[in-house]
Ligand binder design. Structure first.
Ligand code: GDP
Length: 447
């Protein structure tokens, strides 16, 4: 995805940082030089890059970091925080604002092909489902009849109503009819999908501005294609200057390798990124969480929120014991089982894994195995069907025992094998991390 590609670049930077005792000023400068290159390669605009690196230097160079016994962790946190700031701060994930008198008008704007119509359908589905809103969709695209039909189809899929098409009406007339209909039939939300153009032009801007003036939308959401990188930033700037936007939806984050657009668009417009489009299907709409995204951009996993959430849920003493065992390379299946339990408390396993540093590759393998709560429970069951000896030394488990364990836990031998393989991967990863001198990082992360 967008963020993983950027993340893997930055991971290299931090790999090199690990294993040094304390960070000197020169270390910070070295790191920042590489951070800057990584961000530029990821298509972050130069002024944004300068801003972030300046902030990081300011915070990193100084007593706190140099005296710290956990330099890697410090730098991760400082860069992370700077990225979060650049993405709009911790509280940015507010989603669509519906706090207005019904019907709440939402105006969708953007270039043709950006995913505007699809996103309108996605938002309609989300508001109907999650928020239990009565949603009316209306296409104002009188230039392309196909666009109106497309929205009609999407409305049907999202099980919301679309405004009947009346040929010959202007966008303004359609918008007004939509609002009248919504008032008369007590709709909660009206989503107005405006016409796109292949490029920014005055006619498009005037049309959108006229609709905006008449309808006074509560949200004006700009839809931009993340794949277009720097162009997306220019589009955002133009729409914001000429029409004014209250939020940005970035689409195609599923297929793109440039994470920088998110940082730049936020910086250039000041408008928050509210949602991400991550696929063609109507449910492929994600909330935008700056702290999560920053963690993914860093490729270090979201250590910060892992620390925060772990502190709330993990039993301190157990965590310390676990961390000590991990460091000594004594991580056993018993530890794994108790970790599974903690993970169960914290949310999804794949979400949790995404937050562990260095586990990106393993995570994608695990996701291939369709990892979820059911599997998590099953894994716990498999482990509890083993003898204590086996849990401490899984190498003892031969084929006949695997069959017994599978039968005892209501699973298949493949599932037992998969668990053992996963466990082994995890143990290998921990060994590698210890070798890289990351002890401080892990200890700090879990304790
Ligand atoms: P519009 O011209 O801006 O209304 O764009 P459309 O909504 O018609 O989308 C154009 C194409 O992009 C369609 O084929 C969509 O299925 C596809 N699309 C929209 N959003 C996403 C997304 O988040 N990810 C991917 N992979 N495709 C998307």
């Amino acid at each position: 995805t967008v963020f993983e590609a950027l993340g893997s670049k930055l991971q290299g930077v931090f790999d090199r940082l690990r294993g040094r005792g304390a960070l000197s000023e020169a270390d910070v400068n070295d790191a920042l030089r590489e951070v800057r290159v990584a961000l530029l390669e990821a298509d972050v605009a130069l002024p944004v890059v300068k801003d972030i690196t300046a902030k990081v230097r300011e915070r990193a160079v100084g007593q706190e970091v140099i005296r710290s016994i956990q330099p890697g962790q410090m730098v991760v946190k400082i860069v992370h925080d700077a990225l979060v700031d650049a993405l709009g701060g911790k509280d940015a994930a507010k989603g669509i604002d519906l706090a207005a008198a019904s019907p709440v008008p939402i105006l969708m704007v953007g270039l043709q092909g950006s995913g505007k119509t699809t996103t309108s359908g996605k938002i309609a589905l989300r508001l109907r489902g999650r928020e239990r809103k009565k949603v009316l969709l209306a296409s104002l695209d009188v230039h392309r009849p196909a666009a109106q039909l497309q929205l009609e189809t999407l409305a049907r899929q999202a099980e919301v109503t679309s405004l009947p098409i009346i040929a010959g009406q202007t966008p303004l007339q359609i918008a007004q009819r939509a609002m009248e209909t919504a008032r008369g039939e007590l709709y909660d939300v009206v989503i107005l999908d405006t016409a796109g153009r292949l490029a920014i032009d005055d006619a498009l801007m005037d049309e959108v501005a006229a609709v905006k003036a008449a309808v006074k939308p509560h949200e004006t959401l700009l839809v931009v294609d993340a794949m277009t990188g720097q162009d997306a930033v220019n589009t955002a700037r133009a729409f914001n200057e000429k029409v004014g936007v209250t939020g940005i939806v970035m689409t195609r984050v599923d297929g793109d390798a440039r994470g920088g657009a998110a940082l730049s668009m936020r910086a250039v417009t000041g408008a928050p990124i509210k949602l991400l489009g991550a696929g063609e299907k109507l449910d492929a709409l994600e909330d935008f969480h700056p702290d999560r995204i920053a963690g993914r951009i860093l490729g270090m996993g979201d250590i910060v929120s892992l620390v925060e959430r772990a502190a709330e849920t993990i039993d301190q003493a157990e965590a310390e014991k676990l961390a000590a065992r991990m460091q000594k390379g004594q991580f056993s299946l018993e530890d794994y089982a108790s970790q599974l339990k903690q993970i169960g408390k914290m949310g999804s396993l794949s979400g949790m894994l995404g937050m562990l540093p260095g586990i990106g590759k393993l995570k994608s393998q695990l996701e291939g195995a369709n990892l979820d709560q059911t599997i998590l429970k099953k894994q716990a069951a498999i482990i509890s069907s083993m003898t204590v000896k086996e849990r401490r030394n899984p190498d003892l488990i031969k084929a006949s025992r695997k069959r017994r364990i599978a039968a005892g836990s209501g699973s298949s031998v493949q599932e037992v094998n998969r668990l053992l393989k996963q466990f082994e991967d995890m143990r290998d990863m921990m060994k590698r991390m210890n070798k890289m001198g990351q002890k401080g990082l892990m200890r700090g992360g879990l304790a």
